[in-house]
Design a protein. Structure first.
Lengths: 446, 446
């Protein structure tokens, strides 16, 4: 497997930028200096800018971008998806959860090959970058294919190793359980600088309880976190309570120490006040997947209650089979709109809060490096949004513009880890045509 | 004012089209024949196609489009907006309705000039066409500026003449009431083939009751329809009931005969069972404005109940100050998603039903000509959607693709009334740069 290695210092200077700052305001006419994979400065000081030019202008890897007054904002962070499920886009829509999952999705997933999964993930990552996402949290199998796709795409990702593995070497798909392989994969890939590796705790309903204990042990031993599905449906909570003397999954997971490590808990569609208290007490990061929850009929996540309780709320798209796209601007749009109507109060959830959920809150959940803001010392993960479109004119209010008017297709340029991965809507190192060709070739049979 | 006149027969042949048919299925490899402003045929019959070539190939206004297997679907129909409010995009977001309307919006609207309004409407129409809308229902003032913008843009529109007029000739903005002018405008513009003119009945709260009676009389006398706001907020219903012995606005409007003519009732966010029965009984067309209702905290319209009752449900964006865009794909997305989550039932509201709401149901509400479907004899209003984007790959299910994956930016070409108004994302007769320049020049002060 090819691991991309930097051969020289990379530097980028972005001039004439409207910069979206940490405090949710904008500064116009700024110059952003990027060295290696970090933001060195955001400045108008010509001495600093000239010194940067002098240091870097002779390097081949020195890029100068004229933002032309357009918006430079932190890349979006998608905190829960199953990237290869792009291949299952739009299959089984508008069916019951049972018909969708067991009748349409799983029978097709069983026929996927590791190569299919690589291309499915590459397609997902292209879609995410195109619509402004620079970092995402993935959960799928086989792990090696996901990491290969992340390494090839240039994205930043949080990926989790699962204890369940398919034996892909034989035609027959036999699932086996082992943590030895998960740990081996963790050790092998955890050093790679754009990857942060967690352990997967799929859910209390899919994993046997002895496994849940084992995953907590592993996360503690290897000083990393856990990515889990939590309280997505009422059924999952009821079933667990029936088997566990009325204990709720969140209460059980607290008891076994699952929240003592860094956790990304996806969904949290149904939470009691005590559940929320537990999540807050242990700084659990909640990944809200609003489109998916709506589309599958799971419910409406208690976003306002989570915010009021001070929980770190982030946004995810979930997989493409239950969304059916990976465009974070749609999640932003929904988060900003839905609760105002639901509770008939237009002051609920400010646009700036939603921008934070989709950027710095998400980065806080997924990354072990400073990320998610355009600030000195932060990782250089950012997007340049072309503000020339008619639907972005006039701007009037930048936070409202991002939440209510902006579309994924407005993203012009994407920088991740100090590298320009998409420039004027063209990928710099991905062969888009090849990926599209491979994805279209895949025929999914039940 | 320039009224565009056709000087020769216009013909368009679209080959290699994936056609979205009236019955919500697709036919691939089709040829669509357009003559003047109507669809002559959708066929694979080479004799018919050759005859069409023979008849038209020598004409200068004969266009041949190779759709390259991409989707040709009916243009979207936006059944409620206030087009010039693009100028107020993103102003006063996340405030209470009172602060927003009286503190931010109206004080700025008072300073708009007729020229501002023309450019605001042109910007709106550009945004609508870019995102696939071919026909819309407008409510604003002055009427002459809206119609001029529609004539210049090439869109199909339903515009209503109001009894309230500003005296734009003086610096002072003095509103006066007269129906003579409305009737004069109706007579002058009703002959124009892309315009359908209704009378405006803004709402029961803004218009005095004697006026409501007068509007019904006018609509009956001139054999046209009424465009109104109806039951947008609970306050509007409660206030009316308090003044009218507990009678609800819908009951009152039925009593005065407002529903005996064709009606587009915007919002209908709060409806009793009896309200819905009245709307159904009189074939009232309901324009749901989901984003606006959510954003302003007005509530969630009872879409499932309206559908179950057989009411003609259509979709609108409302004005840009309460949305804050005019992208009908976002309304489609919301309509398909929201109720599944709200009622925890993923089978509620099928994707194909939502496509109908956004196309043929809307056309039925607004137009006095056959429209809203790709069918023989229909007006040639259609869009070509580029399916090559990664977020539309693989297709798998066309209705789900349109509802859950498609974005406004996927629209490549727009044909309205048999004329190509946007070709490969470029407007054919609008000077986009000039409109943008004029819109950006407008400074809105309170």
């Amino acid at each position: 497997m090819l691991i991309y290695e930097r051969v020289s210092v990379i530097a980028i200077l972005i001039k004439n930028a409207m910069v979206y700052r940490e405090n949710n305001t904008i500064s116009c006419g700024m110059t952003i200096l990027i060295e290696e994979n970090k933001i060195l400065d955001i400045t108008t000081n010509t001495d600093i800018i000239n010194r940067f030019y002098d240091t870097h202008r002779l390097e081949t890897d020195f890029d100068v971008i004229d933002a032309g007054g357009n918006l430079v904002m932190p890349g979006l962070v998608n905190t829960h998806t199953h990237s290869p499920m792009t291949l299952l886009r739009n299959i089984g829509s508008d069916l019951t959860l049972q018909e969708w999952l067991f009748g349409e999705i799983i029978p097709r997933e069983c026929n996927l090959t590791p190569e299919n999964i690589y291309y499915g993930s590459m397609a997902a990552q292209m879609e995410m970058m195109r619509s402004g996402t620079t970092c995402f949290c993935d959960m799928y199998e086989p792990f090696e294919m996901l990491t290969k796709a992340v390494i090839d795409s240039g994205m930043r990702a949080n990926i989790c190793t699962a204890g369940l593995h398919n034996d892909w070497s034989t035609g027959e798909k036999r699932t086996y359980e082992t943590f030895d392989k998960s740990i081996e994969l963790f050790k092998k890939y955890n050093k790679y600088n754009r990857l942060n590796i967690f352990f997967e705790m799929h859910s209390v309903y899919l994993y046997r309880q002895e496994w849940l204990y084992r995953i907590v042990e592993c996360a503690k031993e290897y000083k990393t976190g856990i990515h889990m599905h939590l309280h997505e449906t009422i059924k999952e909570i009821d079933d667990f309570m029936a088997l566990n003397k009325g204990m709720r999954p969140t209460e059980f997971l607290e008891e076994i120490g699952a929240f003592d490590v860094k956790t990304v808990a996806a969904h949290c569609t149904h939470l009691s006040d005590n559940d929320i208290e537990i999540l807050k007490k242990h700084d659990v990061n909640v990944a809200i997947n609003m489109t998916s929850n709506l589309k599958l009929g799971s419910g409406i996540p208690p976003l306002t209650r989570l915010i009021d309780s001070g929980v770190n709320v982030t946004l995810g798209t979930d997989g493409c089979a239950s969304n059916n796209n990976l465009n974070m601007f749609e999640e932003i749009h929904l988060a900003a709109l839905l609760y105002k109507g639901l509770y008939q109060d237009p002051t609920l959830i400010k646009a700036s809060q939603v921008v934070d959920m989709a950027t710095k809150n998400g980065a806080h959940a997924l990354c072990d490096v400073p990320c998610g803001t355009i600030a000195k010392g932060s990782m250089a993960d950012m997007i340049i949004v072309d503000l020339s479109a008619i639907h972005l004119t006039p701007v009037n209010d930048i936070n409202a513009l991002i939440c209510y008017s902006m579309q994924g297709s407005d993203v012009d340029t994407v920088i991740i880890d100090g590298k320009i991965v998409m420039k004027q809507k063209k990928f710099t190192s991905i062969d888009e045509e090849k990926i599209m060709h491979e994805v279209k070739k895949i025929k999914l049979h039940k």
